[in-house]
Design a protein around this ligand. Structure first.
Ligand SMILES: C[S@@+](CC[C@H](N)C(=O)[O-])C[C@H]1O[C@@H](n2cnc3c(N)ncnc32)[C@H](O)[C@@H]1O
Length: 307
């Protein structure tokens, strides 16, 4: 962008994100804060489509529905939503979408647009998401959208209070070891409260601790197809129908220490929070966890599905 004197005007938010090309040729950002890509290195576009849009069966349901409600947790560059809106309106151009996006950093979608990363999607979708990144709200005939900027642990409670019931929820935080606060039983219980009785939740993660937290939130879980040589993702619903059962190895994994879910009772814990103090007067060494069946956010372990 040129300023009135003809000088290149630097866009500071762009400097924070390094562009990387993934195996399907699509680009994504690398986050130096979380030290990982925003999408799978096997393919950013492929991941949006295969692990989120197809798993939540949006095109099929759009074809027979006049409206759909969608929650995109960790909106980021907007790829999952761009792929979802494209699929919905290809199936039914009249389908009205009620959309809620949760994102901590408003610079991410703005930087994606400034880098032309939404160009591969249809012009109507790209233009809507450009307006959304700018105004954080959108009211059109086919879409009502609200981008809620802040910690998703807080913004999800707004959706719970408003009794939003989503047909599809995309759960796409950074990997559990780097962002455990968005994979805790407490957070996922609030997320589950926003899932309609026949809705689908999709995530790229197959971590046992994530799957057990979804089960603790009351949901049934299934596995979703891998992309590239990557691991399977996870789908969750209130009922097991239409879910692909986990294979024997994944089921056994749910009975190991790796499956102990993260706990964040106050919704304020961080990955590097100190462990809780020992009981008074015992002189005991503080345990890393509140109780042997719970993990604090500081105890996250890596899984092959992490990016
Ligand atoms: C893996 S990226 C999401 C990619 C995105 N779904 C897409 O399709 O482009 C994770 C996103 O989570 C956001 N994030 C990190 N911590 C968060 C928090 N506590 N609450 C809400 N968003 C958060 C980051 O800013 C980042 O944009």
């Amino acid at each position: 962008m040129l300023d009135p004197t003809g000088q290149l005007h630097r866009q500071p938010h762009l400097d924070r994100f390094r562009l990387e090309t993934t195996a399907d040729g699509s680009q994504t950002f690398f986050s130096s804060e979380f030290n990982q890509l925003f999408h799978s290195h096997f393919g950013a576009h492929q991941e949006a489509d295969a692990k989120f849009v197809q798993v939540t069966r949006l095109a099929k349901r759009a074809a027979r529905r006049s409206h759909l409600t969608l929650i995109d947790i960790c909106y980021g560059l907007g790829y999952n939503t761009a792929a979802a809106l494209t699929a919905i309106w290809q199936a039914n151009p009249q389908c009205r979408v009620h959309w809620y996006g949760l994102e901590a950093d408003r610079d991410v979608p703005r930087a994606a647009i400034a880098a032309n990363l939404l160009n591969p999607w249809p012009d109507t979708v790209r233009q809507m998401l450009t307006d959304l990144a700018d105004a954080e709200t959108l009211d059109r005939d086919t879409i009502q959208a609200r981008l809620l900027i802040g910690d998703a642990r807080q913004t999800i409670t707004q959706l719970c209070r408003a009794h939003i019931q989503a047909d599809a929820i995309f759960l796409d935080p950074f990997a559990p070891p780097d962002c455990p606060q968005l994979w805790s039983v407490e957070f996922l219980t609030n997320v589950a409260r926003c899932l309609a009785s026949d809705g689908y939740l999709a995530t790229y993660s197959c971590a046992a601790a994530v799957r057990s937290a979804l089960i603790a939130a009351g949901l049934q879980i299934g596995s979703t197809p891998p992309i590239g040589r990557n691991t399977h993702g996870t789908a969750a619903r209130w009922t097991p129908d239409s879910l692909t059962p986990l294979d024997r190895r994944a089921r056994e994994h749910l009975h190991t220490r790796a499956a102990v879910p993260y706990r964040d009772p106050d919704g304020t814990d961080t990955a590097d929070s100190p462990p809780p103090p020992p009981p008074r007067g015992t002189g005991a060494i503080a345990p890393r966890t509140h109780n042997p069946l719970e993990k604090t956010l500081a105890t996250a372990a890596r899984c092959p599905c992490d990016r």
